[in-house]
Each structure stands twice: as C-alpha cells, then as structure tokens.
Design a protein around this ligand. Sequence first.
Ligand code: GTB
Length: 221
Amino acid sequence: MKQSVSTPTITAFKTSPDRGRGLARDMRVRWALEEVGQPYNVQLVTFEEMKQPVYRALQPFGQIPAYKEDNLVLFESGAIILYIAEKHAGLLPSEPKARARAIMWMFSALNTVEPPIVERSGFVLLERNKPWFSERLPIVDERVHVRLKELSAYLGDAEWLDGDFSAGDLLMVTVLRRLDGSGLLEHYTNICAYIARAEARPAYQRAFAAQLAVFKDTLGE
Ligand code: GTB
C-alpha cells in the first residue's frame, strides 16, 4: 500500500504570552518534528480563535498545540510526541524494554514533574498581588524543589535519563525550561547542564528559532 507523505500541520499561538522564549507547548512538538527530520506547517491561532467551535473540533479544550495529518487529528502534546516518536526513528529506542523506559520518562515528565511547575507558574502569574503571595510562595517552591532534588539525584552525572537522548528527555527538558527565570534551577548544577546539553542540539535550535520568528513577526521585525 502506498504511504501518505503529506506534511503535518501543528497549531501554535499567533501571539505567544511567553514573548518568544519557547515555553509554550508547541515548542516541544516543533522540537520532536525537527529531531526526526519531519517538515511541518504551522497554523497560528489567536486566543479568540482557539475558543471557537471550529478550533475546538481539533482541540476540545481550546488550547494549542493540535496536530493534523491526513485524516488524523491529535491533541495533548504528550500524545502528539508519542505519535511522532512511534512513526519515525530517532526518539525512542527499538529494544522493547528500553523503549518502555523512555515512554515511562515521557509520562514522568508530564505527570510527576510538570504539575508542581505549572502550579507555580499559575500562582506567580495570577496571585502575585494577593496578600498571601509571599507566605505561600515558599510552599509552592518547595513542591518544585522536591521533584528537582529527586530528579537531580537520579540523573547524577549521566548525559540523558536512560541511555541515548529520547522523547523522555525532550519532554523533561521542555517541562524544566518552564522554570526559566524562577531562580529555582540554579542550585541543581547537573540539571542545568542537562538542559544546556539538550538546548545545544541542532533540532532544538531550529525549533526555537522557528517559534521565535513567529514572535518577531508579531513585532513587525
Ligand atoms: N495538556 C495540554 C498539552 O500538553 O497539550 C495542555 C495544553 C496547554 O496548556 N496549552 C496552553 C494553551 O493553549 C499553551 S501552553 N493555553 C490557552 C488556554 O488554555 O486558553 C502553556 C503555556 C502558556 C504560556 C506560557 N508562557 O507564557 O510562558 C507557557 C506555557
């Protein structure tokens, strides 16, 4: 049977609130596509468009990213990356047990490490001017530190989480990058080195440049 070779389309913010820092979740999908060498198109959407029925047909929660390819539509960045990693070589080992462990790290990034980081981001964004902010911040920070300490202890001086770079590392690094500017990461020198190694990958650089170009376009640069 003839395989389809159509170019996938992903959705991304027309105007990202991160101002081109690559912290929104389209970045992880762009990076995965770059790692496997799959060209892609981008459909930029405004906040208003994301909440319309036509967009919710792609992403029921009115969020980016969504992924379209032939008659397949996917949402949830983790599911999109798993699909890309299953479809192409380069992001998951072929040996079944190593592959299962890489997928385990994908879940770990999204289910164990990301929640306290997202909770902290939301807290800082929405409650900065509340009277309880300075009392509660150390509690919210501590939840992040617990995971960073555990991750740091596990990682030690390894290059990646389990052997070669995988989709588990890709997701873990995008999750950790959300702490950029928080001052929480600096204490964990091995995690900082891990993030820097990932950011130095040519595929990461291409993905970062592509999302930054969208932001620069909105400034008319
Ligand atoms: N679980 C979903 C997934 O992984 O795909 C979550 C998707 C999601 O949260 N998307 C966000 C969104 O569309 C953008 S990435 N939000 C709009 C809405 O819900 O109305 C989250 C994000 C947003 C902004 C920054 N930032 O400014 O730094 C970072 C991350």
